[in-house]
Design a protein around this ligand. Sequence first.
Ligand code: SAM
Ligand code: SF4
Length: 324
Amino acid sequence: MALDRFGRNIHYLRISLTDHCNLRCIYCMPEDQTFRPNASLLQDGEILLLARLFASLGFDKIRLTGGEPTVRANIVEIVRGIASTPGIRSLSMTTNGVMLKRLAQPLKDAGLQRVNVSIDTLDPEKFRRLTRWGKIDDVWNGILAAEEVGLVPVKLNAVVVKGYNEDDVIDLAALTIDRPWQMRYIEMMPFAGVTDIQTQQIVTASQIQQKIESEFGPLEATGKYDGEARIFRIHGGKGELGFISSVTVPFCSACTRARLTADGVLRMCLLREKEIDLLTPLRAGATLEDLRALILEAVWNKPWGHGLDEGVIPLNRAMNQIGG
Ligand code: SAM
Ligand code: SF4
């Protein structure tokens, strides 16, 4: 078990497989974002070695993210390798869904259990505007493919941005009336790259909830949390709504996460700049014991929480370079 100095059991690792992406969401990165050369990213064998190492320290839950994880070469083989790592009991992926129509079945066969698909609006034109060039049909077909092959329960993520999609939260919520899906609304967080939009166009979770309630009436609180999301239902709905209020009501005290970026650094808080390089020592010949010690020390020193309240914004990376 990997404990931090506050007694939190850190057992959930998000691995970013690449900083590259086939979209350019306006809340994530600038249009002219440059990406790291592949040689500076963790190679397949390095990912699997680190996954085994983390699993040996009690990490039992892994989510693959990016950038866009499905644009990573050998994604199916990487999933197969991680899924068969002893100790890993939960393996999921956050994806923009564009490639899922083709990849859902092979990923499921390789051992992926679930996907969270990002979809911020159902309106094709607004979707294009938010992602700079995405086609909503690709994502929709990806979601249906994921459900069909059993990557369930289907969970959808929407980042809500003032002036772009704040009214679309209603149509997205309506998806949960007839479908057993979980629609999750995420408060936009600030990083490098597009900090102005992220700080000036945020819509809070409570504003999102009010907007949804203005259409469907009071939501039913389930009293449940799913990870960081507070879970509600529309009365009579088959699915669920989740609100992720990382900015206005942080869940730091219950955080059990660590993040491994695509270039091999460990980030113990999404919203703090501090990072611990694992790739350089790994390539320099560090032993597994050396790496284990580095990870345990990083876990022990995991920050208590973020500093957005005090105006501390992490500016050393854009979101796609960390992994959401
Ligand atoms: N490309 C994949 C996707 O979009 O789902 C995975 C990586 S993306 C960085 C992971 C999640 O972070 C997505 O749900 C995305 O909407 C969310 N995200 C991106 N920028 C964000 C921001 N500034 N604040 C909050 N969430 C953000
Ligand atoms: Fe790509 Fe995901 Fe960032 Fe959108 S949120 S640009 S899909 S990494």
